[in-house]
Design a protein around this ligand. Sequence first.
Ligand code: PEP
Ligand code: MN
Length: 343
Amino acid sequence: MIINMHEGATDQEINHVIERVREAGYQAHVTRGTERAIVAAVGSGGRRHELEALAAAAGVMDVVPIAQPFKLVSRQVKPQRTVVNVSGVSIGDGSFAVIAGPCSVESREQLFSTAKAVKAAGATLLRGGAYKPRTSPYEFQGLGLEALRLLREVREQSGLPVVTEVMSTEDVDVICDHADMLQVGARNMQNFALLRRLASTKKPILLKRGPSASVKEWLLAAEYLLAGGNPNVVLCERGIKTFETETRNTLDLASLALARELSHLPVIADPSHGTGRPTLITPMSRAAAALGADGLMVEVHPCPERALSDGPQSLDFTGFSHLMRSLAEPLRANGTASAAAAD
Ligand code: PEP
Ligand code: MN
């Protein structure tokens, strides 16, 4: 349930409502907007009639049910958009964040040269996989701790915050020590033990949509993070499985737009995994920019044909710099500011 406070409700009135929500057996989450505060009562097993009775409390405008199964993630609970701060770089503040880098960290030279090139082209964050979720156990699994050390080093040198995937609860602490943002990969979107553990870290999380997940399931996965106390969540549409086999996945831009409509969390597009085809990355990125996405995640490799993972969908440095330049027009049309595109 949502308890909408009147404009000008006092702190005392808001605190009283919070207290009563807790007494009724729910968690209370407060959103203070520019005009008025909203108290969301979430949880199970509470006494709903006690919440309904709060309609009569001082400072309360009305008490209404939350329409969606996801609660804290919904715009009904928080109408204003969330801005996630990743070590000084904002995602969701109206700028266009670009996370670029190799699918996997393979060597110092590969990572450092990519960081330099993507930064020069205007990327705002660097990505690189250390622990890789590969379909076959015989494929390259990532350099693990060695890759994490390189990521920490390249962050110091380049100044770009780094994003890397966490696959297991066991690796959470060590990855938190080395990276600025933790990616939950598509295959782990509904790994609830992992989500619960990540909720307790407060680190920014990039939550990819599962290949077969509905928008509702995706937002409910995000709800685990928010309900567990971590509001720093960015959603990433990375393509879903459909009958089409000419593309690796179907980048579902309608769902990206819908997720931004239903939720206050920032949403970015990953056209690399979303299409699997380098020629489609720029057009799909432009489309994402035009429809109001909060940014992109793009795979970039110094020599895609030699990449140990996802080479066929990776851009080289020239391709990435073309992509960045091509964003200026759709971002202007959409009224979005972009440091990269303004260069
Ligand atoms: C990746 O980002 O390299 C990756 C494995 O992504 P996804 O989980 O979307 O497949
Ligand atoms: Mn990849």
